[in-house]
Design a protein around this ligand. Structure first.
Ligand code: ZN
Length: 376
């Protein structure tokens, strides 16, 4: 079973195997209350926003990517400068993704062999090979709070045989990854794969649990399959996972997806949605749902994005008209302010979710979110 881990500990406060849960993650630099949402900081930074600005809007953690940092950074230098936290100056929790998904989706000439993954860098074409062991060592060098094992993520749709092969190979790699661990005090979450067949997913969840990880990520969902299937598979996995350990749904983060996943026992989320959408001018609000700063109605709108919002854009009194002007002029400040608003919205959403679970009013909040943002 799981070995002692001083970088990461999850405590379930309320709830059970399925249904809305409350918990807390204890990590080196503090506590994260769950359900929680982490933005994506692929190379160790959330685009356009400093770490102090992230902390000011309540962001307590981020998901970075070992594959990107390995290809574009300098592992020895980061290690010498005290690890990723010290290098990027972030005091929140850092989860590093293994890169299994990104090698398959971004890299070129990828070959998955029983030994590992061969690929060409999408940045400079250089040839690389990553084994399950190497991916553990990279993340240990980065000294993130939580590492994830190399996995094979089936595409949708993919044949039954391919899905089963990917699932079995992933499990073989977990065995090697566990044996390669030199830093048992770093959190290590297993990623439940298993494709798009419920029975295979359930089996993959049970098999992944046997490795005794410190908690479980659920990967390979929302890659093109119908939404009802995504949540059917997520519920099946959550039913198989031990209730006292964390369930982290990777890469999904629309507000409507978050409330639906929380309702079936999910604790942690990451997604590019608040930051990428902000850079596209798409903003989240509690009164109007999604609004777009590029709409012509914004050009002479004197209101802030959302009255009462305490993000730097709204609290700073910046009008929609000014933000639309900045955006059209291609000014960097537009991207920063819009990103901070969306990040603040998502932190507020998670605060409201936790409050509603505590009070037993989660159903009302879920209805409100679905009414505002739709179900898809
Ligand atoms: Zn705001």
């Amino acid at each position: 079973m799981a070995t002692a881990c001083s970088y990461f500990k999850f405590e379930l406060i309320q709830g059970d195997r399925t249904g809305p849960r409350l918990g807390r993650i204890l990590f080196r630099h503090g506590v994260v209350e769950t359900p929680a949402f982490f933005p994506v900081g692929t190379v160790g930074t959330v685009k356009g926003v400093s770490c102090s600005e992230l902390e000011a809007v309540g962001v307590r953690g981020m998901l970075s990517n070992a594959f990107h940092i390995y290809l574009r950074g300098n592992l020895d230098l980061i290690r010498r400068l005290g690890g990723l936290h010290n290098f990027v100056r972030f005091k929140g929790m850092i989860i590093t993704d293994s890169g299994g998904f990104h090698i398959k989706s971004l890299a070129q000439h990828t070959r998955v062999t029983p030994e590992g993954m061969q690929f060409s860098s999408p940045f400079d074409g250089s040839r690389h090979f990553l084994s399950p062991e190497e991916v553990v060592h990279i993340q240990e060098a980065l000294d993130s709070d939580v590492k994830l094992p190399l996995d094979v993520c089936p595409s949708y749709p993919e044949g039954e045989k391919e899905q089963e092969h990917a699932t079995r190979l992933t499990l073989q790699w977990y065995e090697r990854a566990q044996q390669a661990v030199k830093k048992p005090d770093q959190g290590f979450l297993g990623i439940v794969q298993g494709g798009f067949d419920e029975a295979l997913r359930r089996w993959a969840a049970r098999e992944t649990v046997k490795f005794g990880f410190h908690g479980y990520a659920i990967g390979g969902l929302s890659v093109g399959e119908p939404k009802h299937l995504t949540f059917q598979l997520l519920q099946a996995v959550n039913e198989e996972l031990p209730s006292e350990q964390i369930r982290y749904l990777m890469g999904m983060g629309k507000p409507q997806d978050i409330v639906t996943a929380v309702e079936i026992g999910t604790d942690l989320f990451d997604c590019v949605i608040p930051t990428r959408n902000a850079r596209n001018g798409t903003l989240y609000t509690w009164k109007e749902g999604v609004i777009r700063i590029r709409n012509s109605s914004m050009k002479d709108d004197p209101c802030v994005i959302e009255e009462g919002c305490r993000c730097p854009a709204c609290a700073g009194g910046y009008s929609r008209a000014f933000l639309a002007y900045l955006y059209r002029c291609g000014e960097m400040l537009a991207l920063k302010l819009l990103t901070l608003h969306n990040l603040f919205f998502f932190q507020t959403l998670m605060n409201r979710i936790r409050e509603a679970v505590k009070k037993g009013t989660f159903g009302e909040l879920k209805t409100q979110v679905l009414d505002l943002f739709g179900e898809d």
